[in-house]
Design a protein around this ligand. Structure first.
Ligand code: SAH
Length: 296
């Protein structure tokens, strides 16, 4: 995890349950004698997220509809810290802070998670796009119910599945970075198989069926034509129209095997610079690919 990530230690369940009493019924001692929750129970993870967001970012209201992706906060915070490091060289080696720094989040999800963390950590303003109407409405509700967020987060509905920046970036707008956690499977079957493997790896054999159904995420959050390669290729292509409106275009890439095709799309777009930022959370490795047409 990033050295600045504030979610690296153990969760302080005593503090978190005091802050959010509804988390308490989900907390019990695990076989090692430590307080924990059952991470295969979506209601427990949702309550943990509510407590964490309240504790670290002052988010009073946070909720997601059933069956929608419940994001692990520590991993999402890592992406934001990587973006801060990517921007620092352009601001005299200091991380730029405050609402005048604008970030774009493509596919913000029902959770609105990146905008919340980006604002909570660095005070940035964020425009989030979302194609799924239920996810869009949910993110909107989170923003509207938190007065602080409604000043700095704006959500825009993407109406075309294949479009990424079109209709989202408006004339005259400028963003320091665009971030994205794209749907990474290429079909519902592949998504189901991926969730099944994840739960098997966690040793949660008994809960696999339920967890896959309730917690793994929902349709378009998990898959799109061509998987993450297809999505990011469309993003690269679309981004070249906005070379002067976004300093760094970035996306999470979950599979190592996707990189070659993505690099070749980026080279093909004749960018000025490209970077790969490695991330690891426990045993899970991922990376962010970033490209820009700007020289300074
Ligand atoms: N950012 C959230 C959600 C990621 S899941 C998180 O990290 O947890 C990917 C999201 O992208 C889904 O909510 C999906 O509906 C959305 N999406 C898919 N295609 C899109 C597009 N063309 N424009 C905007 N959002 C899109």
């Amino acid at each position: 995890m990033h050295p600045r990530n504030r979610h690296t230690g153990r969760y302080d369940f005593e503090h978190l349950t005091a802050l959010l009493p509804k988390l308490k019924p989900f907390v019990a001692k695990n076989p090692y004698g430590d307080l924990s929750i059952d991470f295969a129970n979506p209601k427990a993870v949702q309550a943990l997220n509510q407590a964490l967001l309240k504790s670290f970012y002052g988010t009073e209201f946070w909720d997601i509809p059933e069956n929608y992706l419940c994001p692990p906060i520590p991993g999402r915070a890592d992406y934001i810290h990587q973006i801060a490091d990517l921007l620092a060289p352009h601001f005299g080696r200091k991380i730029p802070q405050g609402p005048q720094i604008k970030i774009l989040d493509i596919g913000t999800g029902a959770s609105c998670i990146y905008p919340i963390i980006a604002h909570g950590e660095f005070g940035w303003s964020v425009v989030g796009s979302e194609v799924d109407v239920t996810a869009y409405e949910s993110a909107k509700k989170i923003v509207e119910k938190n007065p602080e967020l409604s000043k700095v987060i704006e959500l825009r509905k993407q109406t075309t599945q294949d479009a990424i920046f079109k209709t989202v970036i408006r004339k005259g707008e400028y963003y320091e970075a665009s971030i994205c956690n794209p749907p990474f499977h290429s079909s519902q079957e592949e998504a189901n198989e991926g969730s099944r493997r994840k739960w098997e790896n966690l040793g949660k054999f008994k809960q696999i069926e339920q967890a896959t159904r309730n917690f793994g995420g929902h349709g378009g959050e998990l898959w799109c034509p061509g998987g993450e390669v297809g999505f990011i290729k469309r993003m690269v292509q679309d981004s070249s129209t906005y070379q002067k409106q976004v300093r760094w275009f970035t996306s999470l890439v979950s599979k190592d095997s996707s990189l070659d095709a993505i690099y070749s799309a980026i080279h093909g777009a004749k960018v000025y610079d490209m970077k790969t930022l490695d991330m690891s959370q426990g045993q899970k490795k991922s990376r962010i690919v970033a490209w820009t047409w700007m020289k300074s």
